[in-house]
Design a protein around this ligand. Sequence first.
Ligand code: SAH
Ligand code: SF4
Ligand code: F3S
Length: 488
Amino acid sequence: MTAPKYHLTSYGCQMNKLDSELVETKLQQRGYSAATAEADADVVLINTCSVRQHAEDRVWSKLGKLRIRKRTEPQLVVGVIGCMAQEHKRYMLARMPHIDLIVGPSAFGDIDDTVEKARTRNRELVAQREPARTKHEVVGAGMVSVDHGISGDSIKRNVKVRPHQSQAYMSIMRGCNMPCSYCIVPTTRGDEISRPIADLVDEANRLVDDGVSEITLLGQTVNAYGRDLKGQDATLARLLRELHGIPALRRLAFITSHPNFLSPDLIDVLAELPKLSRYLHLPAQSGSNAMLKAMRRGYTVERYKKRIEQLWAKVPDMELHSDFIVGYPGETEEDFEATVALMKELRFSQSYIFKYSPRPGTLSAELVDDVCDAEKNRRNQVLLAVQEELSAERNQAVVGSTVEVLVEGESKVAGRMTGRTSQHRLIHFASTDKQLVGQYVPVTVTEALAHSCVGDLQGHDAAEGGAHDLQYDRDLDHEQDPAQVSGS
Ligand code: SAH
Ligand code: SF4
Ligand code: F3S
């Protein structure tokens, strides 16, 4: 019998993507193999995000399409996993009875059992029934595993299941204990649980032994790491020191930081340890104190700026990335202008800008969503334009210098390769040498675009470069993380 095939699509943050790798590990250990296309899969899983309505809408519409497929393939297993599963639980089954399994992030540890059970249940159903002709006749196994399953942290990671040869994410904590008024993450991910330092050092060593040279540590408030590990002296600063000692590790980064936990200790470590990446994702969310208070972020604009001053005093080359929400309930034009002003003053290198989206069950969902969509759109566009200018300016500042690039792969435009610097700057350069993937190469930056730079490879046999043409460079520049320009 051939191995059953699964197909897994991931939405949402990096943590979800990493969870997907863990789920794949479990399925592969159980004898499943990855389908090349969703249409060939026996099991279709969707790892979902609830952070904004738009993220959920995409999943509902995908589920609608899968219902049509299940009319003629009733044995197909359709599974919704991750944050939407946790958030909506059984409601999903009421709305979409063809779903076979609903598994929250805390129940990934035995997801292979759940999938197997659903497959068996479907075979029984198929034996009993004719294929469905109307959408109402399409039924699924209806398995729900949320809240009290076996946690995903129980999965011993198979380090070979990862998309990039030289780069890996590592989750150092789960959940979030912060009280931000608008945010669904504490509901979908639960309380903060930090993994012990020894486990993390072990996982990092296994990744590095398998060829990884850049590790990015993940947590919703990654710099609050260790708060729950009482008496173990576990802090992000200490963890970074331990991991920094792994000889073959060359770059170490961490996302996402919360302004309240940018401690002097962490700043010292950033200043001291050369392998630490030179960017900090430190979402400000707003430049208005009234909004920050309403959002329950726990800091003022002044305090945020002070922390950055302290950071730049010790680590002047640190690039700053942020998230901003526009159109939070009650946000006036003045509040919004204060956000524009903060952005310009701190000259962020990159920002993700989001239109406020009320999430049922959060505190702010009780408030009237009083900034209309057209105005949210306008504010979103204004901030995006300001950020583009700032990003281009920051990129311009490195033109003429030679930077170290970790080559990530071929660019979408033929004849070019793409990689990132330790400041997370995307760099394109002329080369067709695929052997460069995973290597650290020197590139002299010749041109700055809004979201990336173009440069010449040094000390390698670079392909014929030629003069850049503008349209071509624009195409290159759009090979960025799409979320960066998302206003959804
Ligand atoms: N833990 C991270 C980010 C989590 S969610 C942090 O606290 O920084 C990623 C981003 O989504 C947030 O920073 C915020 O800008 C945005 N976001 C969260 N909830 C949102 C909502 N209800 N509407 C719009 N944007 C939201
Ligand atoms: Fe959400 Fe705030 Fe936690 Fe970030 S810190 S995940 S915005 S509650
Ligand atoms: Fe979304 Fe869940 Fe991440 S809600 S942002 S996938 S933690």
